[in-house]
Design a protein around this ligand. Structure first.
Ligand code: C2E
Ligand code: MG
Ligand code: MG
Length: 401
């Protein structure tokens, strides 16, 4: 052990004895309601002269061996005392996440027992404490982690994977552990979600996490653009400077008093990402047109998007365009059939397209699943995809009455 290290260790021990180490609390907000719903405790070393030392200046050194353990347990006690104070003063309590180094898995066999004994010593309900363990611990300590996760959760604590996406993470370890929360690392939103590839990766992670029923938290959110995009991914909670920095305990108490109840809601139109605007537009289109069909006249193919209440469900949702037209004709009033087949034949539509028409439109009587004829107006709009010469058509079908 080097001299510097010994010195740091002694200093940290003294700092704990003199209560110079303490917790700052960074609030986490519901992404939609903007309500303060939970927080993370972050260690700060506050020197007698008031200077605040950030964890990056001492945690990595302590994490080289078991020196970090005492700091984490100290922080848990801090958080328990804080939660107790909140309860006594009748201030709205929120769950608080505590960071635990991967070294606990290396050096301790009785992690959960210790967790329980400290929480119980302060008479704090286990549900108020979330154990945060970094992704790297899940990868390095894969043989021990499953058991640890299970026992922590069986004891009633919540458990989060911290810094997900910061290292060589694999998605597959997440499915093997029963955690509550996935914290998406700030490095994944570092390009402000402006980069398409970054967005694709994030969308996939959120999709995957939500399908596994995990609560998602985005870390390091600093801009409205990031917030807008994260909302379109249905990210559950936001932690970042955009909403709040880590706060000293008294400031955090104030935030709990004021921000856990009424939250000022924002104009969603100003914060949403373009994909979300497109979704809104689609919702409106579906109100008017319960059936939308995309066809490729050049390739004789189609697929459809049908709204919940469209009257006919018997038609396949993708396949050969000519079969779609034949199927459509079969549900038509006999007097309308010929006209329908002719208007929407590939040859006829191609001709209309070549002569410069923007659309082809026809009203027919069509039988729904209930055996009743309704007037349906079908309009086929010619559209172009910039990367192909194929003649594409979007059919909007409107139930008239
Ligand atoms: P972490 O657990 O991932 O904590 C989040 C870090 O991101 C915090 O840094 C927080 O201040 C910072 N952060 C939050 N929002 C933003 C933002 O919008 N922009 C930027 N640039 N940063 C943001 P902090 O407090 O300096 O802590 C750094 C790391 O130190 C923590 O990362 C955690 O790994 C470790 N740490 C902190 N407290 C403890 C502790 O009590 N025990 C252990 N073992 N590690 C701790
Ligand atoms: Mg953390
Ligand atoms: Mg983190």
């Amino acid at each position: 052990m080097g001299n510097e290290k010994t010195e740091l260790l002694t200093e940290i021990k003294e700092a704990m004895e003199n209560h110079e180490l303490g917790a700052y609390y960074q609030p986490q907000f519901d992404a939609i309601t903007n309500r303060l719903v939970s927080a993370e405790a972050l260690v700060r070393w506050i020197k007698p002269d008031g200077t605040v030392i950030l964890p990056v200046n001492f945690i990595p050194e302590l994490e080289k061996d078991d020196s970090i353990l005492a700091v984490d347990w100290y922080m848990l006690e801090e958080v328990c005392m804080f939660l107790k104070k909140q309860e006594k003063e009748d201030i709205c309590q929120v769950p608080i996440a505590v960071n635990f180094s991967r070294m606990h898995m290396v050096y301790e066999d009785n992690f959960t027992e210790k967790l329980c004994s400290i929480a119980d010593k302060y008479d704090v309900l286990h549900k108020w404490i979330e154990v945060e363990i970094t992704e790297s611990a899940f990868v390095e300590q894969s043989d021990k982690i499953e058991k640890l996760v299970r026992s922590v959760r069986e004891a009633g604590f919540r458990l989060a994977i911290d810094d997900f996406g910061s290292g060589v993470s694999s998605l597959s370890f997440v499915k093997d552990v029963e955690v509550d929360t996935l914290k998406i690392d700030k490095s994944l939103i570092s390009r402000n979600c402006e980069d398409e590839k970054e967005r694709i990766v994030l969308e996939s992670i959120f999709n995957f996490a939500h399908r596994l029923k995990l609560t998602t938290v985005a870390e390091g959110v600093e801009t409205r653009e990031q917030l807008g995009f994260l909302r379109t991914c249905s990210c559950k909670k936001i932690q970042g400077f955009l909403f709040a920095r880590p706060l000293p305990p008294n400031k955090f108490l104030d935030a709990c008093r004021t921000q856990t109840e009424a939250a000022e809601t924002e104009d969603i139109l100003l914060t949403q990402a373009p994909s979300s605007a497109t979704q809104l537009l689609l919702d409106a289109v579906f109100i008017k047109y319960p059936l939308v069909i995309f066809s490729n006249l050049t390739r004789n193919s189609f697929y459809m998007m049908a709204y919940e209440n469209f009257s006919s469900t018997s038609c396949p949702s993708t396949g050969i365009f000519e079969e779609l037209i034949a199927h459509g004709a079969s549900t038509m009033h006999p007097e309308d059939r010929e006209r329908f087949l002719e208007t929407f034949s590939i040859a006829n539509q191609m001709e209309a397209y070549k002569s410069g028409d923007k659309f082809v439109r026809l009203v027919t009587r069509q039988m729904g699943d209930d055996g009743i004829y309704r007037r349906v107006e079908t309009t086929n709009y010619f559209v172009k995809n910039p990367s192909a010469d194929d003649v594409l058509v979007i059919s909007l079908c409107d139930n008239l009455d």
